[in-house]
Design a protein around this ligand. Sequence first.
Ligand SMILES: Nc1nc2c(ncn2[C@@H]2O[C@H](COP(=O)(O)OP(=O)(O)OP(=O)(O)O)[C@@H](O)[C@H]2O)c(=O)[nH]1
Ligand SMILES: [Mg+2]
Length: 341
Amino acid sequence: MSNNSESNGFLNRLSSSFRKKPVDTDNCTNQQPEADKKKGFLNRLRSSLKKTHEILVTPVDELVLGRKKIDEDTFEDLEEILITSDVGPQAALDLIDRVQKRVKHGQYNKIDLIRDNLKEEILEILSARQESLNTSRAKPFVIMVIGVNGSGKTTTIAKLAGQLKSQGKEVLLAAADTFRAAGIEQLEIWGKRTGCEVIKQKKGADPSAVAYDAVHAARARNADVLIIDTAGRLHTKVNLMEELKKSKRIIEREYPGAPHEILLVLDSTTGQNAISQAKTFRESIGCTGIVLTKLDGSAKGGVIVGICEELEIPIRYIGIGEQMDDLREFNAKDFVEALFD
Ligand SMILES: Nc1nc2c(ncn2[C@@H]2O[C@H](COP(=O)(O)OP(=O)(O)OP(=O)(O)O)[C@@H](O)[C@H]2O)c(=O)[nH]1
Ligand SMILES: [Mg+2]
């Protein structure tokens, strides 16, 4: 945000999105029967993954139409579909290999079962990265949220804070994105809305100093969870990565064992670039979990397969919209069902 009017415009949009649908911190206690809730949840996920479905699944259905048997061409066409749908070259080859093996074993050697083969293999790849975040294993549990500019870090923090609050947890937020005044303001607004205290300093302050204050505050208040927001940074900017490392070092020094989670937020609309981002962040600072955002607006959701295949980092959450309940714990089975339906 370069000036005040831009910043105000952004904050107004943020507030109006709340007016449309207020934060529901009582979400987990509402009376909606479980089955209905699950159905609504799957429908929402299905409509979020519609664009990815059209790029990844519809062409597979078309591939099957009019063919009588599986041959070399079938696999070539399938590979092309997988690559165009941002699954990524490595994951595409692996998937083809897996499907070919099944065909060889004569398990599913009918053309119309290509789709089922593919679905099952994708499920297997995704399931290996399903591991939910357990914030109860330390108190306070410290989460550092990192990622490139605009990937969805701050909104993810807000959604996560809202959800943890609704579970009765005491959550503290730290505005260690000191790069822009609007970054601090944005977190403050979310802090108010979710009822979480925000630890902050002035714009331009050393982010490690904010992290230092926040760790001490979280320990003094005996908070359950501390979530630290950081400024967006291009993964290729060495000095900015060093700044992040410094914050991590300070947190470690002040509270051995922390940060307990380094959550990397990746924007699914960036497709294959999300994988390069993850590799660089992993190498320079390390990350213990991934949040894949903006799946609702993305035709490149297939990248989730590449992420799961190429990086051994669990996917903790997925973002499927801008509302509070649009951050979902990653469930591979639900995801694949919604994608292929
Ligand atoms: N449609 C959609 N929009 C999202 C999602 N997650 C975040 N956004 C939007 O993405 C935009 C950027 O989100 P922020 O949370 O500000 O991103 P950030 O990573 O904190 O950005 P910087 O602090 O500038 O690096 C906002 O307009 C969010 O509402 C999502 O899952 N779906
Ligand atoms: Mg931010």
